[in-house]
Design a protein around this ligand. Structure first.
Ligand SMILES: Cc1cc2nc3c(=O)[nH]c(=O)nc-3n(C[C@H](O)[C@H](O)[C@H](O)COP(=O)(O)OP(=O)(O)OC[C@H]3O[C@@H](n4cnc5c(N)ncnc54)[C@H](O)[C@@H]3O)c2cc1C
Ligand code: FES
Length: 283
């Protein structure tokens, strides 16, 4: 049975800063009581307030930035859990459980370009992903900035959260919005097609994607059709976050790398899965 990661723990964290970001999100910076080792991009923490304002079940959030001693989260304010986090003030205490999950695969600089497809707040696991790829991961060769493409899509310009921070990394950044208020009009897959048709990107690329489920289904479909290596970071609803409640099932590919189980647990086996292992679209 998959178990929670050995470095995960439950502890308090002090809120250091809460800043608005884009039309409906916040950047929440916290200082955990105990120091943490550097966190791999696309791992996550469960977060809640301890004063009764948060729902009982904490909510999962990807690490957006790791400042060494302080962690920053990009939180889209939606329901009770995120609204409670948005109301915190510097000096207040939160419950922080993690780091949880696996994180992106090793992003090496040896093969085809990496194309990161982000939809809205699905951008959260990518800023550190880019930084870690540029620095070199797990002893693999580091990526050059021109080997990394970040395609950021959203409904409107105001939902392209913290775009300047991505542009400051020096990698190729392109945007698409449904209403045409920034970048190409349309979605990130149309943007990818356009870049390939114009010859700016080769046909063979390695895909990483995080965003709303319909977008991830379309990315999975494209990867299967074209035989592309592809990893999805899933934002499945979660209960416990540590493998106990069975609240985060993800359908597996029959007889794929995850064996004969029909579902994987997103919290302990993901949130990042290769499309060889799981299927949102159904195979
Ligand atoms: C591994 C992981 C990492 C995540 N990282 C981030 C992150 O970095 N930043 C961020 O803002 N969010 C992230 N999420 C999603 C976040 O956990 C949810 O949005 C959060 O649970 C919302 O809680 P809430 O109480 O505010 O909303 P709720 O009251 O729980 O929900 C409000 C509304 O949003 C819908 N909803 C809630 N969660 C989701 C979801 N995941 N997908 C689609 N619809 C949903 C509900 O059905 C409801 O309609 C992540 C999720 C996972 C599993
Ligand atoms: S959230 Fe409980 S098992 Fe995954």
């Amino acid at each position: 049975m998959p178990a929670p990661p050995p470095d995960a723990r439950s502890q308090t964290a002090q809120v250091v800063a809460v800043e608005p970001c884009g039309d409906d999100a916040i950047l929440l910076r916290v200082r955990p009581a105990d120091s943490l080792s550097p966190v791999r991009a696309s791992r996550f923490f469960m977060l809640r307030r301890e004063d009764g304002l948060s729902p009982l079940i904490p909510r999962p959030y990807s690490v957006y930035r790791d400042h060494g001693g302080e962690l920053e989260f990009l939180v889209k304010v939606m329901g009770r859990g995120s609204q409670a986090l948005a109301k915190t003030r510097p000096g207040e205490q939160l419950r922080l459980i993690g780091p949880l999950g696996n994180g992106w695969p090793t992003l090496d600089g040896d093969g085809p370009p990496w194309v990161m497809l982000a939809g809205g707040v699905g951008s959260a696991p990518f800023l550190m992903g880019i930084q870690q790829a540029l620095a070199g991961m797990d002893g693999a060769s580091a990526c050059r900035p021109d080997q990394l493409w970040y395609l950021f899509g959203a409904a409107t310009a105001g939902l392209l959260y913290d775009l300047d921070a991505f542009e400051a990394t020096g990698v190729n950044v392109r945007t698409a919005t449904v209403d045409g208020s920034h970048g190409r009009t349309g979605n990130v897959l149309q943007l990818l097609d356009e870049l390939q048709e114009r010859g700016e990107l080769p046909r063979e690329v390695r895909l990483l994607a995080c965003g709303p489920e319909p977008m991830l289904e379309a990315v999975e479909h494209l990867a299967r059709e074209r035989g592309l290596a592809c990893w999805l970071s899933l934002e499945t609803l979660m209960g416990c976050g540590v493998g106990i409640c069975n609240g985060c099932p993800v359908p597996t590919v029959p007889d794929g790398p995850l064996g004969s189980w029909s579902n994987a647990k997103c919290c302990v086996e993901g949130p990042v899965f290769s499309v060889e292992a799981v299927t949102l679209a159904g195979v």
